[in-house]
Each structure stands twice: as C-alpha cells, then as structure tokens.
Design a protein around this ligand. Sequence first.
Ligand code: WTA
Length: 642
Amino acid sequence: MTSSNNTTYWPKNRYLEVYNRSIDDPEGFWADEARKLDWFKTWDKVLEWKEPFAKWFVGGELNASYLCVDRHAKSERRNKVAYYFEGEPGDTRAITYAQLYREVNKCASALKKLGLTKGDKIGIYLPMIPELPIIMLACARLGVTFTAVFSGFTAQAVADRLNDLEAKILVTADGGWRRGSPFPLKKVADEAMKLAPTVKKQIVVKRTGVDVEMADGRDLWWHDLIKDADDYVAPESLEASHPLYILYTSGTTGKPKGVVHSTGGYMVYANSTYKWVFNVDQNDVFWCTADIGWVTGHTYIVFAPLCAGSTSVMYEGAPNFPDLGRWWDIIEKYGVNVLYTSPTAIRMFRQAGEEWLEKSDLSSLKLLGSVGEPINPDTWLWYYDHVGKGRCPIVDTWWQTETGGILISSAPAIQMPPLKPGSASLPLPGVAPQVVNENGEPVPAGERGLLILKKPYPGMLMTLYKDPERFKEAYWNRFPGNYLTGDYSIQDEDGYFWLLGRADEVIKVAGHRLGTLELENAAISYEAVAEAAAIAKPDEVKGESITIFVILREGYHPSTPEEIASMEGAIKKHIRDTMGPIATPERVFLVKKLPKTRSGKIMRRLLKAVAMEAPLGDATTLEDGASLAEVQAAYEELKGQV
Ligand code: WTA
C-alpha cells in the first residue's frame, strides 16, 4: 500500500487500456476474445442477460474436443507433447497431440457404440491418469455432459452425484496409486452403482492390475471397448450454451450444488484467462498440481492448456512419495516452467524444510501460481524465495468452482503489477468485483466487506443443475443484480484485492471483527509455526473468544509440559504483539495435524466442536463428501491431541 491514487498508480499502459475497454464495451471485448477460438458457426448475439441467467455467444456453435485436440493434431503441433504423465510408481507416458486425437476419437466411438448421444449424462470416477482427460474430451466430442468425481470421494458421494444427474454410465478404474499402494477404486464404484439405479454400465480402466470382479453384462474393460472402436468420430456442432460439464461443490447446506458450465462461454474464458495469467510460451511446460476432480484441474489441466496447445505435466500420486523430493524431481525431469499449486502444499513443504528442494535443479521455473485459499504473506515469501529462488513472480489467483476460471490475479501477459504478498492483486479484464457492506453499499478503500461481482463474464456458471431457485438464492438474492461470492475482501488504495476467506469465518471479539485468516497469518509469522487455524468460541463477556490450533515446524517441538506451556504462551504473545490485545487467543492448542476437507480446506466446525468439548452435531455437512465415519475419525483424532 504505497500510493494513494488509484488512477495514477499503474503507468498508463496495457492493463488499464485492456481493462477499461472490457468494462466499457464488454460485448465487443468478449467477441474479440471468442474469435481466438474456432467456431463451426458464429454467434448472432454476444450476450443475452436475463438476470441472473446469462447466455453467451447465442447462436454460435463449437466443440470443445475439436478445440483441444483436432486443431493441434491437424497442425504443425501434431508431434508436440500434450501431457507428460508421471505415474506414482515411476511409470511415464508422453502423449502427443496426434496420439491424444487418436485416443479421444476411439473413446468417443466406444461411447457412441454404447448408445450415448448428445444430451446424455455420465459420471467419471478416475484417478489422475491420462484416461481421465481422454474421457472428458470424448464426452465433449459427442455433447455428452459429464460429471467428474474426485477419486477420493466415498461411494455415497459418488452415488448422490450420479442420481442427481440420472447418469447412464460410470467410468472408473481398477484402482490408482497413492503413497506406494494401489487403492481399490472399483470396489467403491461398485458400492456407488448399487445406490444409483440409473447407471446401467461401468467402464473400467486397467491401471493397477489388481484383481477386480467384473459384473457380467454390466462391467466393460476400457481396453476391450477401444479395440473395437472406430478411428474417427465427427465432433458434434454444439450450441454455445450446451452444458460441457456439471461439477458438484459444497454450499452452506449439506446437499452439494451442481454447478453447470457451458461450452462456448467457458471455453472462451478458460482460454483467455490461461493466456493472460500464465503467459505460457509454445515451448513451455506447464504444471498444475491440482486433481482433475476439482475445478482447477478441469480448467487448468484439461480445457485451457489443451485449447492453447500447451504441454502439461500430469502427476498421479502423493507429493511426498517416496519422499518430499518428488515434486522437485518432476520439475527438474520435465523442465517445468510454470508451477501452479495450492497454499496448503506450499505450507507443507515449508514445514518440512528447504533441504528437500535443494536436491533438484529448479532453474527452469519462470512463474509460480497459487490457488484455492488465501496465501499467507509468510508462505508467499517462502514460495518466492525457496521455490522461485527470488526470480519468479507469483500469480495469486482467486476464483471459484462457479466462476469457471480465474477472476482476480495479476496477468503477466498483459502487465505484471508490482507484487504484494498475500494479495491476489487486480481483476482480470471483464471482471468487476466490488467490496460492499451488509447493505450492499461500497465500502472505502482499506475496509473489509463482502465481495460481489457486478458484471457477468463468459466463465460464469449458467445455473445450478435442476435448481434455478437455489442458484438465485445462493448468489443473487442478497444483492439483486450482483453475484455474491461468499468471500470477505478488502480493496486497498492501490486497487488491489485482499481475499480474506469465507464470510462465515469471521470472529467478533468485543465487537471487533477479526478474520480467521488474519489471526492465522499472525500465528504463522511466528517462526516456530507452520500452520494455524483459528476459530471462535462463544464468550460470555466478549461475545466470542479466539481459539487457535497450531502445527509447529520441524525442530520446534516442545517435550515437557513446561516447554509446551511456554510455547503456547509465546504464540499468544506473538499474536497479541502482532495484532493488538484484542486478538489475544484464549487458548492455543499444539497439534500434529489439522482436519481438512479433501479440497484442503480446514474443517472449522470440527475444530470448534473440539475446542468447545461439544459433540460433533450435524457434522455431515462439514465436508466435501466425506462420510460421517471419516469426519468422526478426524474428530476423535484431533480430540486425542488436545
Ligand atoms: C477460496 C477453487 C484467497 C475462496 C478455485 C473462494 C481463494 C473459494 C483463492 C472457492 C485465492 C480460491 N485467495 N482465497 N487465490 N482461490 N479461494 O470453489 O474462499 O474450490 O470462494 O474453487 O476458495 O473454492 P473452490
């Protein structure tokens, strides 16, 4: 926060020029972006906005699989590698665009022979193996709408999604590799099938080779289907608003929301944001470490990099298998230029110590990215210093499953603004975020408020599947005409956005509002602390008090009760010193592990239950699809530690 004048801070150059045009003439701007893709039929109308339902590129027709595969396979890029796949056991595959084209066509042909056509729905439940993007693209080729379910989800979570979609087929594998052993995915898939009567067939990829039971007439091996398949299936010409996929995500209630993404708007948005933010050159190697089961993987492992004709790395397994050097080996081995990962991963590596990175040559890296949670300034600096060696800018990318692609981030391809650790920086072109108070009025610079979006953009979800009312209720009813992100944010005097976590994670101590994130940042800025999670506990006098759970860094673990008490005291004092007396935690718990959802978010309600010595209560809604037993186990484990 160095300057006070929003309009003169950036030199008058490309960012402002591009951004201003996108806001003044959104339809002209997005039409120009859309022309960067190949369309089978040009649109008649750029945007039809029947609030809150947006239809982009109305009348236009295209096909995502054609954009991602055919265009490259029929060009000088045909022998370029689309994916370097690295299996956890160390097996590798380099798949060129020409090979990807063959595999996608064969797979599409197999699906077609099974009777699938445009408008059908299928479920995909696969580990991080090349067949996952291949089946997604094959579906896109036929106009079959898919939902990909993270391979760590339980049978019930898979079945809920299949039932909501009335899916006809489930695609799975005999298993996948995680921390040195095969996990029995097909068993879970079989359980899910029992609970999902619309699903008549199962396609099974052989990955681990472990024995599986194949149900007669129901279960089909992928490799058998491919053997009999045709080499070419014409891509369907699909209207821009044809649903490409439906991805389920947690909301404030227990039932996951089926976020519906279009074909046209989504592909335009994925392509443009990928180019603006990651600035990937034709010879670069891009690595997004997310699982394809999450939106980050959908957009930035599958649709955007392939649409752009990039080379990506895809890694199957755990970051710490066989040891914490694995990721850094992969970066050296494939010469990764752009690394896109999560703060959770970075904090894990920070906690383990720098020596794991020093064994590998990371000099190929040019740009680093972060996504999924706010990144604490100290974690940011560690990432910058030790992974990027002080050479690589960091793009902190803020977005959501609902938004389809990145909304707030610096965009090196347009202009790299001065970096501020912990801030996602500026909105991308076409994105109009604003920080407002409870009444929807804009708050002054530097003040915390709710983040809303004032304009539609092509990546925006079309609706929630089969539930337009919930779509309105969840995002639009609070501030009509504006999309409620559910996040708190501050916009500083330079126009930078600081994302402060979900709006439901604020602690009010004696009338003062404190973000859990600010508390956690304060804790993590203490040298002994690797990770922290703050929660509120009801307090008779102050309204709420703060409890903070802390994981210590290697080498700082106290052993005697005196040492433990002194460490807790030191952390309290540090937070008090950093944020003021009001922020002094009532309790500090030193723990070895924090319970997290599968997407890496801390289960705060579970922490709260432990801190209050209360029963779990309605904890099934806590979690991205984990079973009650898993939540219960995490609860018991945490209780055992405090
Ligand atoms: C949070 C992940 C701060 C935010 C792509 C958002 C972030 C939610 C960032 C969406 C970031 C994501 N800085 N917070 N760079 N990126 N978030 O749907 O709270 O899994 O609302 O999408 O993650 O999570 P989702």
